[in-house]
Ligand binder design. Structure first.
Ligand SMILES: Nc1nc2c(ncn2[C@@H]2O[C@H](COP(=O)(O)OP(=O)(O)OP(=O)(O)O)[C@@H](O)[C@H]2O)c(=O)[nH]1
Ligand SMILES: [Zn+2]
Length: 260
């Protein structure tokens, strides 16, 4: 199954978003969602990657890199574990070679793993570290903004000594979701499970009596931001579905007219 997201690259040029699926890599076993423990840390972005990876039927693993830059990585780990339900999350530092052995269990012969994450989170540095040699060109990150320079502009396949194939992908600024709202059942399983407990089957979780989601937000067991993130992804995927159907209708009309 393809992993979509990021931007499509045509003849070396990064393309903008579109209603076409943006293929990053195919036949993947594990997707490492890499996030930096610096001022680029973004919980909502991790949630988007999780939805994308689940949509591709690939096993997600979250990697919190740059532990050396963070005085309290355990606090971030707890935050991520709340949104990455049943997904392994690890703290590492590729630059200082801290806890890099967590990758060994996933790098099995015949397996293919992909590294996803926005630009500058350290995907190429992790791969360099796993190879123990400087395979990828990494550029200096701006300390003031925490933003990395775009260095990887195409997905690269690299064979590791373990017999595992590694794929480095270009970090993208926008992360377009792809798939149907069904994939939210996995990435937001906490919210879906809560919704089953609402008093009314058609509860919109606004101000209905007996709404389990509102209750969980009030009690603090569900964060308001996570619920907002779920709604945002839901409406994005709905809109995408609508656009796909419109395109399909248009194509059918054109095919009839042109008698293809
Ligand atoms: N302090 C610290 N810096 C790191 C670590 N890992 C990577 N970096 C730095 O972060 C910057 C970006 O690293 P890259 O490996 O190029 O990031 P990338 O995710 O591959 O970026 P793109 O190719 O643009 O998608 C470089 O300056 C790295 O040296 C780490 O564990 N700790
Ligand atoms: Zn409800």
């Amino acid at each position: 199954m393809p992993i979509s997201g990021g931007r499509k690259i045509k003849k070396g040029v990064i393309q903008g978003g579109s209603t076409e699926e943006q293929v990053m890599a195919s036949n993947i076993d594990i997707a490492f969602i890499v996030c930096g423990l610096d001022n680029n840390f973004d919980l909502r972005r991790i949630e988007r990657y999780i939805t994308l990876v689940y949509n591709s039927r690939v096993k997600p693993v979250v990697i919190l890199n740059k532990a050396d830059k963070c005085p309290n990585p355990e606090d971030f780990l707890r935050l991520v574990e709340e949104v990455a339900i049943k997904i392994p999350v690890y703290i590492v530092s590729a630059l200082k070679s801290i806890s890099m052995d967590v990758f060994t269990q996933y790098m099995q012969p015949g397996k293919t793993v992909v590294f996803l994450g926005s630009s500058g989170v350290g995907k190429s540095t992790i791969i360099n570290c796993l190879f123990g040699e400087n395979r990828q060109q990494t550029k200096l990150i701006s300390e003031s903004t925490g933003k990395g320079r775009h260095t990887t502009t195409y997905s690269e396949l690299i064979m590791h000594d373990s017999g595992c194939m590694l794929i480095d992908t270009p970090g993208s600024r926008e992360l377009q979701l792809w798939g149907t709202t069904d994939c939210l059942d996995e990435s937001f399983q906490d919210i879906i499970e809560l919704s089953y407990k609402c008093k009314y089957n058609d509860c919109q979780h606004h101000n209905e009596p007996g709404c389990a989601i509102i209750k969980a937000i009030e009690e603090g067991s569900l964060s308001y931001e996570r619920y907002e993130s779920y709604k945002k992804q839901f409406f994005e995927l709905k809109l995408l579905d609508k656009r796909k159907k419109q395109l399909e209708l248009y194509r059918n009309k054109m095919m009839k007219r042109n008698k293809f």
